[in-house]
Design a protein around this ligand. Sequence first.
Ligand code: BTN
Length: 238
Amino acid sequence: MSELNINLTYFEEVESTNKVLKEMCDKGAPDGTVVVAWSQSAGRGRLGRAFSSPKGGIYLSMLLPHDDSMTITAKAAVAVRRAIEYCTDRECRIKWVNDLYYNGKKVCGILAEAYKAHVIMGIGINFCTPQKAFPLELQNTAISLYPSPEKSDSDPMDTVNEVVRNLAQLCTEEDDSWLSEYQRYSMLIGKKVNVIQAGKVTATGTVSKIDNACALHIIEKDGHEMVLTTGEVSIREV
Ligand code: BTN
């Protein structure tokens, strides 16, 4: 696949960078187009949820060539994890499929949407969001890389550029080395998890591996192996 020409447009605030990028795509924007905002008034998450997007975060969407495999969303997690480590020295772990966790709490969410002949890859990183800016219900589960803009020693623009560069590279090269990185940094291997479908726990078990198609393998109590290719799991408290 040929290289992407990256073209970034910045906004102070938008409703949702995914929405803005769809509008740009409708007008003919090519793959490699990126929309970045420093806050969102109507950020969207997976499964139709809202995504809290206060000032202090990085909210970006990138237009990528169509790809119907689930590996593209796993590649995005690797791209962001690498960028965060490189730019901020923070080590994050990946919660299948593509959430990033820092110190045990969610620091980044990723929403990949198929759109026409493209994928819109939407990424929200809590960069230097003050904890009190998150809604009450996220206080115990969300975290930022830096506790406030004053306490940040890196420029969010560097992280934006590195995320986009990594993503363009991973989505255009044939090299599979990202896969072992995805598996190595997974925080679920060996963990007891609940499988959640339509908001309900439908099964429980222990994660044995993530395979080369990025499917999650869970061994249930009776020894039966479940293989999840989509969906959601939560880590069980023990
Ligand atoms: C999730 O954790 O449920 C996925 C969250 C994805 C949020 C990003 S922020 C940039 C882009 N614009 C959106 O409205 N959503 C994605």
